[in-house]
Each structure stands twice: as C-alpha cells, then as structure tokens.
Design a protein around this ligand. Structure first.
Ligand code: PPS
Length: 295
C-alpha cells in the first residue's frame, strides 16, 4: 500500500522547467549556470530523476575507495557525493567537497554550469527506460515532498509525457545531454546495462575514470553496490534524508530495483499511447537504447 504525507508540494519554473521549491531555488540555479566554477578533475553524475543516480553514487564511492566499504558504511551518500543543484545545506557540501569532487545533478544540459564546456571534467550520464522512470517517479511522489502527489496514474503519465514534472521532459533531458555523446569526457550508462551486466558496466566506468582495479576489488564493488546491500545500508538507502523531503518511515526509497516494472502498471492503451509519443519525440536522435526494442 502506498502512503504519503499531506504537505503540499510547490513548483517554480526556471527556463520553462519545473523545480520543487522545497529544495531548489532560482538564485542557486542562476548561480550554478553562470558563476559556478567546474574543476578539471570534477566528475558529475548526471541523470533524469529515478534513473539510477543513487546506484551510481554507490558504485563511484566504491571505485573511489578501491572497494573499501568503510566510507559507504559510515558516511551518507549525499555527503560523499553532494547534490550540486540543491540549495541551502547542499551548497555548503558542494563548496567544502575536496578535489577530486564527485557531484550529482539532475539538471538538464541548458541549466548546467557553463564552465563545464570549457573544462576537462567528466560526465557520467545514467539513463533508464522512460516507462520504468515514470513508474518509479509515480511511487516516489507518494513518499516525497519534491514531486506532487498524483491524482491517478493516467493523469501522472500525461504530466510526465508533457514534462509537467520536476526537471521537465524526460525526452528533452536525454536529447539535450546526448549532444555530448561523442565527447571523450562523456560516458552514457544505462540502468538496464547495470542490471544485465553489473560487473562489466563497473569495469567500463573504471576505464572511463582511468582507474585500474584488480578483479578482487571489482568483486567488492559489485557486492557492495547490490540492491540488497544498499537497501540494508542506512548511509545509502536515503533513510537519513530529512522526513520533510522524503518520508522513508512508511516507504522504501529502494523500492524494487528491477527493469520492466512498467508492465505491472500500464494498460495496453497507456502502453500504445506512450509508444507513439516516444517514437515521435525520439525520431531524430541517432542513439539506440535497449528499451527501443520494446516499442
Ligand atoms: S532519485 O530520487 O532521482 O535520486 O532516484 P534514483 O536514485 O535516480 O533512482 C531510484 C531507482 O533506482 C533503484 N536503485 C537500484 N536498482 C537496482 N540496484 C541498485 N543497487 C539500486 N539502487 C537504487 C531504486 O530502487 C529506484 O528504482 P525503483 O524502480 O523505484 O525501485
């Protein structure tokens, strides 16, 4: 059963994109885009919400410590890898983070710090099938105060397809970031890659980061970034995020951790509707995704 709070969630618009007023601000977004200095050794974990950001945070933490689990066991993920976009306490965490910094962000490319484009910083973009993103976001809306509570799944799907959700349209987000796909400092990883070949994908990330790890160390990264390991670790399952942002008392952030859960939520009609919109919106993008085959 889904349970959630009663507090209202407000959005504001910045560059025609919705942001939750609770933890984001126009001032911060303006500062980030125009004044934030990206360092050459920064690594950004960029994703549309619910695409596997938290999983990537764990993998990068473990690669960084060469498989040593202590950091992940003792320090919350949002302190290990601060959220660039969040205003208030988040800003301090970003500023105080020592180089080389790992920073997480859901920002669409047009809102990202401009200084990125003249830097050597690395971007790992994590993408996930939009159908599973939609389902994950739908459930998340009931446990968080940063996504408005849906009236129905049908209505929520329409909001998602029209980009009337935080961070805007999934289609625009991915198409925007894919402009960087041929840049050597950009790596595209999908949630589906991680599910199908956890180990192989971690090795690909290590190669991208120029971090050579022995096979036994890779074993530790795989083991300690598994769904169950993260679900049971309070430093990684977001249970330490304040209740006014995410209510993890009655719900698990680490919900199912699978691919294809959309099949348990979509009617035939909803599936066909989303397929039509997907094909139309993605027709000019010359990148193939594993989920394209299901359309
Ligand atoms: S957020 O709120 O935008 O930061 O969410 P994000 O971390 O991007 O995505 C949350 C979904 O990722 C799943 N997850 C995992 N799946 C498999 N294995 C591991 N280790 C893992 N860690 C997180 C999490 O369960 C959410 O997906 P759903 O489908 O809701 O379970």
């Amino acid at each position: 059963m889904i349970s959630g709070g009663t507090m209202d969630t407000d959005y504001f618009q910045h560059k025609e994109i919705f942001f939750a007023s609770l933890i984001y601000s126009k001032k911060r977004l303006h500062y980030l885009e125009n004044e934030f200095i990206v360092r050459d050794d920064d690594v950004f974990l960029v994703s549309y919400p619910k695409s596997g950001t938290t999983w990537m945070m764990e993998i990068l933490s473990l690669i960084h410590t060469s498989g040593d689990f202590t950091w992940c066991r003792e320090v919350p993920n949002f302190i290990r890898i601060p959220w660039l976009d969040v205003s208030g306490t988040g800003e301090k965490l970003v500023d105080e983070c020592e180089s080389p910094r790992f920073l997480a962000s859901h920002l669409p490319i047009q809102c990202f710090p401009k200084s990125l484009f003249s830097s050597k910083a690395k971007i790992i973009y994590t993408a996930r099938s939009p159908k599973d993103v939609l389902v994950s976001l739908y459930h998340f809306a009931y446990m968080s105060y940063v996504v408005k509570k849906p009236n129905s799944f049908d209505e929520f799907m329409e909001d998602f397809l029209q980009g009337r959700v935080p961070f805007g349209s999934w289609f625009d987000h991915i198409k925007g970031w894919m402009q960087m796909k041929d840049n050597k400092n950009f790596l595209l990883v999908t949630y589906e890659d991680l599910i199908e070949d956890h180990r192989g994908t971690i090795k690909k990330i290590c190669t991208f980061l120029e971090k050579e790890l022995e096979e036994q160390v890779i074993d530790l990264v795989v083991k300690n970034s598994s769904f169950n390991s993260m679900k049971n670790n309070n430093m990684s399952n977001n249970s330490l995020v304040p209740d006014y942002i995410i209510d993890t008392k009655n719900n698990h952030f680490m919900r199912k951790g699978i691919t294809g859960d959309w099949k348990n939520h979509f009617t035939q009609k909803q599936m066909e509707h989303m397929n039509v919109i997907y094909r139309e919106k993605m027709k000019d993008l010359d990148v193939k995704f594993s989920w394209d085959e299901c359309l």
